[in-house]
Design a protein around this ligand. Sequence first.
Ligand code: PLP
Length: 404
Amino acid sequence: MCSTARRPQLAHLTAALDELRAKGTHVRLRVLDDQQAPVCHYDGREVVNLASNNYLGLANHPRLIEAAVAATRAFGVGSGAVRTIAGTMRIHMDLEEKIARFKNVEACVVFQSGFTANAGTVGSLLGKEDFILSDELNHASIIDGARLSRATIKVFRHKDVAHCEQLLQELEKTPGRKLIITDGVFSMDGDIGPVDRLARLAEQYGAILMVDDAHASGVLGRNGRGSVDHFGMHGKVDVQVGTLSKAIGALGGYVCGSRDLIDYLYHRARPFLFSTSHPPSVAATCIAAFDLLEREPERIERLWANTRRFQGELRRLGFNLGGVTTPATETPITPILVGEGRAAMEFSQSLFDAGVMATGIAFPTVPEGKARIRAIVTSEHTPAQLDRALETIERVARRMGILG
Ligand SMILES: *Cc1c(COP(=O)(O)O)cnc(C)c1O
């Protein structure tokens, strides 16, 4: 037996895990044996993969692989330091300049992940005398950043701009800065944040506006420029966060905005100051990815065509994709509502056994009673692969009584 097994000091962890097992929501990590592709192998089983955020198939695109290999040969495997000490390489600056041009902003700073971009930015922009107005379904990294800032957090009902305005009115006579934050695309329901209306509100009340475009980068807007472009709100959003980990296919997060915003983050954002920068291969991969977005917008068209086909067929079959007691999806993120956590996990497991990988999602990631499987198609799924997935989903759902 391993020497650290069953120490009584950690008995509370075992108890917590036993509770998850009893509820049927304890998860085991599935292991990908090959590449993050539309059809691949997890735990030795071939599946149609509807679980990744690899929207545009860039995670294993030959040109990106080539760029990573070439940068590794030229510049090595690691950057050797944090950005502010000695770890800013030319290729990091090239990537940031490329993103800034793409997003039509003055400047950009890249972080190690979308998570650290959010946590580091929200955590450093405000202080304890300030206020954060946050959509109730915003991502965990925003919530953590808000807590780190020590500002007072006011949560508004999902996409409820009138509620956000009411909170701003209540604070009108209170000194302190106000920061409104929304996801551009909400990660569990796939609906789009009201960036246009929040921008008008921010203008009216003099509030700062921040948008987290993790699931909108590469998906929404011209060439995948994100939700600000989708709504034609250039110049109206103070802080735009995006990820390099989803549609861009690699790893990282970035913040776009004014030169001063970025300079300030250089001095105050803790993950930037205290955690080592990306290997040059990652920066090179991302540069190649933005090139592709600019040159091959047809990938994004294919993503949306696959989304319409997949969601249209699921709706026709009678699945609940949200829209009544949960938000209705407007993007490739496809929640198939099941209800109880255990049922969602069992549905996901049965789909996996039948050759379809779609993640089960339960409380606390989504509210109790709104558990689901979450399916994401990519631009690279063929019609035959989507048909195979749809047939399987229908068959398994009928057998389990999820479809009548
Ligand atoms: C995935 C996600 C993040 C985190 O991005 P990573 O690059 O994976 O760390 C942040 N915000 C939202 C809304 C996300 O969906």
